[in-house]
Design a protein around this ligand. Structure first.
Ligand code: C5P
Length: 232
């Protein structure tokens, strides 16, 4: 399959809670580029499979769900994210750590990954794309002119996720979240297909202790050094 190269892509990969979503959204907003939240697609597959009553280990069934996924990404009235699955608002529903574990389970299956590949590449439209995930720089957009691998200490990642989720998921505790994130990262990093790994040509950015503006600044400099945009 050909990989689109005419449209510039910034690939932002890394483990859970490293800040990929926040940084990707900020960068896409600053550039006025499109945004791909690839993790949301895996979350939607697991969520839709569960809603349809599929067995947790039904790879073929989940691959069919991935192929036929009716997903829409937009903005809510207050400018926040809005994710629709077959026309139904699932923005909050897919964000729980349980949904994250479900996503990690289905994401380990090559059938599901293959079913989502063309859909993900379809997000690369002019003027450019910021793509957030685990394999954006290695598999989905290997020709991306800028690849960032965003990391942070496990403690900071767990705390960020906790702060994100505590208002939405009343059952969440920091200790349980730390364990779940560690388990999910282990599962993502050790799977045989598209494991969580930095592309050889990725710039590793450690966001521990940095503000969103600091991290965006580093990504911005890396992009201007590559001639993707001008330093401001
Ligand atoms: O980024 P997010 O936490 O929403 O991702 C949920 C899960 O989806 C990850 O733990 C990972 O297993 C899977 N994923 C993936 N490849 C991507 C994005 C997410 O395998 N490109």
């Amino acid at each position: 399959m050909s990989v689109p190269s005419a449209v510039p892509v910034v690939a932002i990969d890394g483990p859970s809670g490293a800040g990929k979503g926040t940084i990707s959204r900020a960068l896409a907003g600053r550039l006025n580029w499109h945004l791909l939240d690839s993790g949301a697609l895996y979350r939607l597959v697991a969520y839709a499979g569960h809603s349809q009553g599929l067995a947790e280990d039904d790879k073929g069934g989940h691959a069919r769900v991935a192929q036929q996924l009716d997903s829409r990404f937009g903005a809510s009235a207050d400018g926040g994210e809005l994710i629709l699955l077959s026309g139904i608002d699932v923005t909050q529903g897919i964000r729980s750590e349980t949904a994250g574990m479900g996503a990690s389970r289905v994401a380990a299956w090559p059938e599901v990954r293959a079913a989502l590949l063309a859909r993900q590449r379809g997000f690369a439209r002019p003027p450019g794309l910021v793509a957030d995930g685990r394999d954006m720089g290695t598999i989905v957009f290997p020709a991306a002119p800028l690849k960032i691998f965003l990391v942070a200490t496990p403690e900071e990642r767990a705390l960020r996720r906790y702060n994100q989720l505590k208002g939405k998921d009343s059952a969440v505790t920091l200790a349980a979240l730390s364990r779940e994130i560690a388990a999910r990262d282990r599962q993502d990093a050790t799977r045989p297909v598209a494991p969580l790994v930095a592309a050889a040509d990725a710039v590793v950015v450690d966001s521990t202790g940095l503000s969103v503006a600091d991290v965006v600044g580093r990504v911005w400099r890396a992009g201007s050094e590559r001639g993707l945009w001008r330093e401001e």
